[in-house]
Design a protein around this ligand. Structure first.
Ligand SMILES: [Zn+2]
Length: 204
């Protein structure tokens, strides 16, 4: 069992679509070690450091919230790769092709219930500043931890807010307390589903 200290719980103060993002059906398996590849030539060493800091943020936060998902850097790759618990990070002209988005999280393979088996993240070529890259990467990684976009949340309440520009952040560089609370709930639910299906197997 996972013990979550009361101080990290924020359920009473988080209201979906006001200061808390809706939950989505995309999530890495509880305790998954997600192997993260960067596509060769897409990120400078400094930018790679920024991506790694976003991964480290979520690894620590996921641990604290009982999700246990870890993002582990697995080296450079020539393109998007499809393997179990693999995430590729690359760039393309996202905004040129879709004037409503600056970045994307794409599930590549998932189970029927939504659990992610592999995915990739597209960042725009124009997202180059450290502050923007950090914000976008934390946001996109959040999509793989059960968080959906919050278009009606007030400013700076969630990393899942929209972004005001292609090379700007949305006012946050890390997930908010309410973001973490949603992650906690998604994984608490997922673990109880896993436990009850195991118990079911035991009975049959
Ligand atoms: Zn998003």
């Amino acid at each position: 069992m996972f013990f979550i200290p009361a101080a990290t719980r924020a359920e009473g103060t988080c209201t979906t679509n006001r200061n808390s993002p809706p939950a989505s059906n995309w999530y890495w398996a509880p305790d998954a070690a997600v192997k993260v590849h960067f596509v060769r030539g897409m990120f400078t060493p400094e930018q790679q450091g920024t991506l790694l800091s976003a991964m480290a943020f979520w690894t620590q936060a996921a641990q604290k919230m009982g999700a246990g998902v870890k993002f582990v850097y697995a080296g450079e790759t020539g393109g998007v790769i499809n393997c179990t618990n693999c995430l590729t990070v690359t760039r393309r002209d996202v905004y040129q092709q879709d004037k409503k988005h600056y970045a994307f999280f794409h599930p590549l393979l998932q189970r029927a219930d939504g659990q992610l088996l592999s995915a990739w993240i597209d960042l725009d070529f124009a997202t180059t500043s450290t502050a923007a890259l950090k914000g976008f990467m934390v946001h996109e990684l959040g999509h793989g931890l059960g968080l959906w976009d919050c278009t009606t949340c007030r400013n700076k309440q969630t990393i899942m807010n929209g972004f005001p520009g292609i090379n700007k952040n949305n006012g946050l560089l890390e997930a908010s307390t309410c973001d973490l609370e949603v992650v906690r709930q998604v994984y608490e639910r997922e673990r109880s589903v896993l436990e009850s299906s195991l118990a079911q197997l035991g009975r049959d």
